[in-house]
Design a protein around this ligand. Sequence first.
Ligand SMILES: [Zn+2]
Length: 134
Amino acid sequence: MHEWALAEAIVSAASEIAEKERLKEITHVTIKIGELQQVDQDILKFALSQLKTAKLKKAKFNIETEKAKLKCRFCGHNWAFEEEKLDETASEAIHFVPEIAHTYIKCPKCGSPDFEILEGRGVVLQSVKGAKQP
Ligand SMILES: [Zn+2]
């Protein structure tokens, strides 16, 4: 259900930007989703298509994935999270509780489970493009 809440937030943020920029209509919306956020993009796209306001009628939603970047708190090593390396159970667990990632992911250099997430969580409304009012 969190895809629907997300879609609502995106639609209202895009509408606000359109208001501020005096856009007659919005043509393109780019959204960046952190890899660790694990949003179901099909559900999100469907939700977006259902929640479209008049200004968003012709809008195309472009969804990009932001790769996760992790940093070990113990040795300072930076690495990119690769989801393929996790088994199905771990992946599901992360979807529901991102904090649980610490149980499954360890620093590839020193093996410490104590890391911070530098990039790859959260959802960003990257850009809103549209036609200006005359
Ligand atoms: Zn380390």
